[in-house]
Design a protein around this ligand. Structure first.
Ligand code: GLC
Length: 467
């Protein structure tokens, strides 16, 4: 791995609220002044948000995907098949299928779509196994931004396949995250931050005028709303989040701990989690179970939280930007809004959002690399990113796309600034093992095991791992 430069460039690597150039870059995902005109000139194609020609709209009700700007190059591989990861659920799956359909129609290249498991940890384990055994398929992989150091040696260097101009469209810090030992091993696709979703109608019903600024306020508000709503609806929870033992829980726990000014588990080269603020944050979360969250939340990924909130069964939800897709046709459409996650109620407490995101990579052993590159170029093109932003609420990895008025209108949360915190990815290829230590320990705490002892053991295990 390439060390310091990349670590510094990870969004939010410095516990906030400082404002280095990289940090600002990510903070202002929506506020970048590149006009729509400039972006369209760069795409060279209509508005790129659907309604284009070759593939008709699908049964999913989505508009047709944008035209394939690189169709002429891609047609050279007509008749070949590209096996590709695609997102595993929700509107993200549907918009990506729609892009695949468009690409097939315009290029004659077949897309064999492989939906990823719901949990990024499961997706990583599967990719890791398959790449390590030298498999040539899938040709195209989706890579969570925490995994490039571990997977880099199995992935094609995209420099030389993408132009400097294409690379320059993306936020530089996302390029940095995916650059390992000077090799660009994946091209950024979308990003996102942890957000608080809240029911505007229920806040009003229970006498609240604004979302909670601190976790203590959230706990009080959620308890009151849950007590009222459960009288008619036993399935109702005050708060839903990602409590299962997987990467999503590491993100939630990072937000709790960082918001309590308790660090990011490992800061620099030092395991930092064994401190009173981190313990206070984890005790707070443990106290939610059975009070404002049902015990089943300890098995929730993003998808279960999204379903519960979307069905009207929760007052508050922690999720990524893409959950704004619930504004389209769900039970809670028009009845919720998005806010920064609450701050810890301590000195130095702050709102804290885990930084997340995905990139597209090509298997070094793919027998179909040139066709795979063409699919990657279309999937990550400004037009396709805009299509996904508008139709499945995915935050573009390119400032020019984020600045488009259609994208801003579709993703109101883009306008709000967040204070992002990176997961401790500075430890490189061992990150997944460290995260496993963290999420298993925190999941056990949510299920009732003592917090102080759990934190001590977690810290010892992390120290051993990074020694
Ligand atoms: C989202 C984020 C990703 C994170 C995952 C955790 O997919 O984009 O970075 O690891 O959630 O569940």
């Amino acid at each position: 791995m390439s060390g310091t430069a990349r670590d510094d460039a990870v969004p939010g690597a410095v516990p906030a609220p400082s404002t280095g150039p990289d940090r600002r870059n990510v903070l202002r995902l929506g506020a970048v002044g590149i006009g729509l005109g400039a972006l369209l000139a760069a795409c060279g194609k209509g508005n790129g948000i659907g309604g284009s020609t070759a593939a008709s709209s699908s049964s999913s009700g989505l508009p047709a995907a944008p035209a394939v700007a690189n169709a002429a190059d891609a047609k050279k591989f007509s008749g070949s098949t590209v096996a590709t990861d695609i997102p595993g659920f929700g509107t993200e799956l549907a918009t990506t299928q729609q892009l695949a359909k468009q690409f097939e129609a315009e290029t004659g290249v077949k897309i064999k779509a492989i939906p990823l498991p719901k949990s990024t940890s499961d997706a990583y384990a599967a990719d890791q196994r398959l790449l390590a055994s030298g498999q040539s398929s899938p040709d195209v992989l989706l890579v969570d931004l925490i995994y490039p150091p571990a997977l880099a040696s199995y992935l094609l260097d995209l420099k030389g396949h993408l132009t400097e101009a294409e690379i320059a469209l993306t936020y530089p810090n996302l390029i940095a995250v995916n650059t390992i030992d000077s090799r660009l091993v994946a091209y950024p696709w979308y990003g996102g931050f942890g957000r608080l979703y809240y029911r505007t109608d229920l806040l009003q019903k229970y006498g609240y005028t604004k979302p909670p600024a601190t976790w203590t306020e959230l706990t009080t508000m959620a308890a009151k709303i849950q007590a009222g709503e459960q009288q008619a609806n036993k399935a109702f929870s005050g708060y839903v989040f990602q409590g299962n033992a997987y990467e999503g829980l590491t993100c939630n726990a990072l937000e709790w701990v960082a918001s309590y000014n308790g660090g990011t588990f490992i800061d620099g080269n030092t395991v930092s989690v064994d401190n009173p603020n981190a313990i206070a944050a984890l005790k707070l979360a443990q106290g939610w179970i059975g009070k404002i969250a049902q015990t089943s939340v300890t098995t929730f990924t993003e998808d279960e939280a999204h379903s519960a909130f979307g069905a009207g069964n929760a007052a508050f939800m922690r999720n990524w930007e893409y959950a704004q897709d619930l504004q389209k046709g769900s039970e809670v459409a028009g009845k919720f809004s998005v806010a920064p996650l609450p701050a810890g109620d301590v000195k130095g407490g702050t709102t804290a959002a885990a930084a997340g995101g995905w990139a597209v990579a090509i298997n070094k052993n793919s027998k179909n690399q040139d066709a795979a590159v063409e699919w990657l170029k279309y999937l990550t093109s400004p037009a396709a990113q805009a299509y996904r932003a508008v139709n499945s609420s995915d935050v573009p990895a390119q400032p020019g796309v984020a600045a488009m008025s259609e994208v801003q209108a579709a993703l109101p949360a883009l306008k709000e600034q967040v204070i992002p915190f990176a997961r401790p990815t500075q430890i490189g290829a061992k990150y997944n093992e460290a995260s496993t230590v963290i999420f298993q320990a925190v999941n056990a705490m949510l299920r009732g095991s003592p917090v102080e002892a759990g934190v001590k053991k977690m810290a010892a295990d992390l120290r051993e791992l990074i020694a």
